[in-house]
Design a protein around this ligand. Structure first.
Ligand SMILES: Cc1ncc(COP(=O)(O)O)c(C=O)c1O
Length: 460
């Protein structure tokens, strides 16, 4: 680190840019640097400072810098096809990707709908569920994130209430149940571990008191909660949710936009458990392999074969994006990537779990492959969230040259390294993060009176 953050060059670029930027794009407290390049797993800023990248473009650059085979495949497809709307003009690039997806799709999934972003894929899935079942309601889980469309950001988002439902209209048709969480229970105080199937007791309660099961088309769930803080539900949770789906004729839609293509150490996160049998599964982010935007909805014959929906988008399955995605699947299939993601999970738990006993504020340490989180609390007895502590650790980590995923008002800090990050680089970042936590614990920041107040104050 050569300068304080932001350094003078980044600061000058901010000042120029901010004259034309929207409010949130002119907020530089979370990331006080302007990237000028990447060097392997490092991000270089305008002042020559370097940071280990634990953002991976929030999962969209799963291999760090875009790999040469992905670039070469995209170049070839550009030269051959140029831009094309694959939903209207059949082309060999899109067809090759559909063949491959059908081959690797788990369980009963055999059909593929083209899409361009995670948000559009989720919107499309909601339509598929309603069309297939002829029912209006979708069950979602609190703390999930499904993108910034008016519908999904209003109804089910990990964004704090001031960012999402506080500013967009509440929408009908979504029923929200708390996400299964063994560390923190919405129904009970104090430290767990809790039985995370209790949220399904609550769903059972809703089925008696508020919604008729015959009005529910399907369940939309992230198999590992991403933006909401890396929670991986128990096998018992999945077993019981599966029983409920079968009993009431609900479709199960897994939003794997963030977890697909190796992020959790499996090709699809659902493969971390036994017996999950989705009707729909959504791909995005890492699916593009660091190339051009692309997303997909995988579905069963039952849901998709006779569908009359038109979900196309101009850029959905553009030929070069398809070629890049295919090259990314090959990279994973060639071996080594999933194994490395699992290694990073083990390293994170080994390095960071011991901090739970050492620092009052380190409440929980969680990882699922190369997605990891630390949850900060005010005291290990109350488990009351500590968002100010989290944000102070993030800033201290930045000064140590470690870029993590942070948001003001939240109390978990996340790391999402490239699936291919070498163990030594990741371990070094964990050690720097330990130092950052120790520094903040020496003189902890004052927390807002309540977590609701902290959330309300989070956007200024
Ligand atoms: C689980 C999940 N679903 C959907 C989305 C939205 O994807 P996109 O930003 O590509 O629209 C995201 C993005 O972070 C996500 O994490």
């Amino acid at each position: 680190m050569h300068t304080a953050l932001p350094g003078p060059n980044s600061q000058a670029l901010f000042e120029r840019h901010d004259r034309n930027a929207t409010g949130s794009n002119a907020d530089h407290e979370v990331y006080p640097l302007v990237q000028t390049s990447r060097r392997g797993h490092l991000i270089v800023d305008a002042d020559g400072n370097t940071f280990a990248d634990h953002l991976s473009a929030w999962g969209a650059s799963p291999f760090g810098p875009t790999p040469a085979p992905v670039k070469a495949a995209m170049d070839e497809a550009w030269a051959r096809h140029g831009m094309q709307i694959s939903g209207w003009m059949p082309n060999t690039a899109a067809y090759a990707l559909v063949d491959r997806l059908a081959h690797i799709a788990p369980g009963r999934l055999s059909r593929v709908e083209y899409s361009v972003s995670g948000t559009l894929a989720v919107e499309g899935a909601v339509k598929f569920m309603r069309e297939a079942r002829g029912r209006p309601l979708i069950i979602t889980f609190g703390g999930q994130y499904h993108g910034e469309s008016t519908y999904m950001s209003a109804g089910a988002s990990s964004d704090l209430s001031n960012v999402s439902s506080g500013r967009t209209q509440y929408v009908a048709g979504l029923v929200m149940v708390p996400y299964p969480n063994r560390f923190r229970s919405p129904f009970r105080k104090g430290p767990g571990p809790f039985d995370d199937t209790e949220v399904l007791d609550y769903l059972d309660y809703l089925l008696v008191q508020q919604i008729h099961p015959g009005q529910v088309a399907g369940v939309l769930i992230e198999p590992v909660l991403g933006e909401g803080g890396i929670h991986a539900p128990s096998q018992a949770f999945w077993d019981r949710l599966g029983q409920m789906c079968r009993r009431w004729g609900w479709l199960l839609c897994l939003d794997e936009v963030q977890t697909c293509m190796g992020r959790t150490g499996e090709m699809f996160a659902m493969q971390r458990w036994q017996g999950i049998d989705p009707d729909l599964l959504l791909l995005g982010k890492a699916f593009a392999a660091g190339g051009q935007p692309i997303a997909a909805i995988l579905g069963t014959d039952d849901v998709m074969k006779d569908s009359e929906l038109h979900l196309g988008s101009t850029y959905g399955f553009a030929p070069a994006a398809c070629a890049g995605a295919l090259a990314g699947i090959d990279l994973i299939a060639n071996g080594g990537v999933l194994e490395n993601a699992r290694l990073l999970e083990a390293v994170f738990l080994e390095e960071m779990r011991p901090l739970i006993g050492r620092f009052e504020q380190v409440g929980d340490v969680r990882a699922a492959g190369a997605m990891a989180a630390i949850e900060f609390v005010r005291s290990r007895h109350s488990h009351e969230p500590a968002p100010a502590f989290q944000f102070a650790v993030h800033q201290a980590a930045l000064r140590q040259g470690v870029l993590c995923i942070s948001q003001r008002g939240k109390w978990h800090l996340r790391l999402q390294p490239a699936l291919t990050m070498p163990e030594a680089v990741f371990r070094d970042s964990c050690r720097r993060l330990q130092a950052a936590i120790a520094g903040v614990a020496d003189s902890p920041p004052v927390e807002a009176e309540s977590v609701q107040l902290a959330a309300a104050q989070a956007s200024r």
